[in-house]
Design a protein around this ligand. Structure first.
Ligand SMILES: Nc1ncnc2c1ncn2[C@@H]1O[C@H](COP(=O)(O)OP(=O)(O)OP(=O)(O)O)[C@@H](O)[C@H]1O
Ligand SMILES: [Mg+2]
Length: 429
């Protein structure tokens, strides 16, 4: 049943539930000037209307009804996710404290006794409708804020990824000049050897042409052999033979060096950054040290002390990035000449990589800040101060830890600890 209401500026929809149609009419007339009023004379019908659209903003529910009583209707309303948030006021002739407290226990927002003063009814309905509207507004704002938060989180993740990528390129970039030099050096002597070999090649073919010519000119064998012997001496054939062998060996050596550098670079960046793989960290360190050594000046001495550590499940390209950042930092801390020690070790739970340098160390007041994004003591424009914060996020995604200890003017040690087994699901970095 719907009680007709004027359609202007209604404050909400109210469902009246009562088996007595006189009550429905009296309450309906009291409320219809301000609300759209729906009515039901039984519990099942009330539930039907509560699930239909438009949903009531408030239900006034009688308790004593034949068949399904108000308590049961209330229980069913609370069971259904669609209707559990609709506020319910019990309107009843039951006046005992026990009934009232049972009603509140079931989730009623108010309790009104019949017969009731209509002005009181209207005021209490008004209060509940206001509260409901405020709750709805809050819920809408919350879902808007939640959606906004999710969007910002996604944006942050993208920025983080971009920074991670930039930091990797920056670390390689710092080594790029050295790597280019390392490639250029062998290429330089291969190129020069190649020119010499081209000359030798020409000489040998000239020698062969001369042999052919002599054979056509004379059939006097001793004379022929003597001419050939003279030519061999003139063309320094023995020297050519020795030197060609040496030049070819040198070329081969240079090409192997270029191939190794390129292989190291490829392994360092190894394909998919987000692919978890069972990895030998000693091996990953060798690859990274390979890249690092190509790019650094000769005044640095690297000392390796690798224990026999078990392979771990990790993102190798990301960890290589961490090791390279730590090595670059170590080399930047060494002003002229110095040493970098790279050690590995393990126990039952974890493996660790320790990178120690004999550089200038970190001032005690800087130590608590080194992992903060954009903290850098290097001149503006030279570094952005993301190496350690990026490394910390990468190690964190591996459920590991990165620690630092430093003594000014003596050196610094960074220790990366990584679990042997990844207990929980692998995170993206
Ligand atoms: N091995 C080290 N010895 C001395 N100081 C260090 C060492 N490693 C890091 N630091 C200090 O910590 C700061 C932060 O290091 P981080 O790698 O995050 O940034 P950065 O090297 O300044 O810049 P970026 O790595 O982005 O090029 C450095 O500027 C430096 O002051
Ligand atoms: Mg750095």
């Amino acid at each position: 049943m719907t009680i007709d209401t004027p359609k202007t500026e209604l404050l909400g929809t109210i469902l009246l539930v009562d088996d007595d149609s006189i009550n429905l009419t009296v309450f309906g007339q009291c409320l219809m000037s301000d609300y759209s009023v729906l009515a039901a004379t039984s519990g099942p019908r009330a539930l039907e209307i509560a699930h239909a659209t438009p949903q009531p903003d408030l239900i006034l529910l009688d308790i004593m009804m034949p068949g399904m009583d108000g308590y049961e209707v209330m229980n069913k309303l609370k069971e259904s996710p669609q209707t559990r948030d609709i506020p319910v006021i019990f309107v009843t002739a039951l006046t005992s404290d026990l009934d009232e407290s049972r009603g509140f226990e079931l989730g009623a927002v108010d309790y009104i006794y019949k017969p009731c003063n209509l002005a009181t009814l209207s005021a209490r309905v008004g209060t509940q409708i206001e509260l409901k509207k405020a709750r709805d507004r809050l819920r809408d704002q919350n879902s808007f804020l939640e959606a906004d938060l999710q969007r910002r989180l996604r944006e942050n993740q993208l920025i983080q990824l971009e920074l991670l990528e930039n930091e990797k390129l920056a670390a390689i970039g710092q080594l790029a000049a050295g790597i280019a030099h390392e490639i250029n050096n062998p290429l330089g002597f291969i190129y020069s050897n190649f020119n010499t070999l081209q000359n030798y090649n020409r000489e040998i073919f000239e020698l062969l042409d001369a042999y052919e010519c002599y054979v056509g000119e004379t059939d006097n064998l001793p004379e022929l052999l003597e001419k050939i012997q003279r030519l061999k001496v003139e063309k320094e054939l023995d020297f050519l033979r020795r030197d060609m062998k040496e030049l070819l060996l040198e070329c081969r050596d240079g090409l192997t060096r270029v191939r190794d550098i390129i292989q190291n670079l490829r392994q360092f960046a190894d394909g998919n950054d987000s692919e978890w793989q069972l990895t030998d960290i000693n091996n990953a360190l060798e690859v990274t040290l390979g890249i690092f050594a190509h790019g650094m000046n000769g005044a640095l001495k690297i000392h390796k002390d690798f224990a026999d550590i078990p392979p771990i499940q990790c993102l190798p390209a990301r960890l290589n990035q961490v090791f390279l950042s730590l090595l670059v930092n170590a080399s930047q801390a060494i002003e002229t000449a110095g040493d970098i020690f790279v050690r590995t070790g393990h126990d039952q739970q974890q493996i660790w990589v320790e990178i120690t340098d004999t550089g200038h160390g970190i001032a005690p007041e800087h130590l608590p800040h080194v992992f903060e994004p954009f903290f850098s003591t290097h001149p503006l424009g030279k570094s952005i101060g993301l190496g350690l914060s990026t490394s910390q996020s990468i190690v964190g995604a591996h459920h590991g830890k990165i620690e630092v200890s430093s003594t000014p003017n003596q050196g610094t040690t960074f220790t990366v600890r990584l679990p042997v087994r990844q207990e929980t699901g692998n995170q993206a970095v």
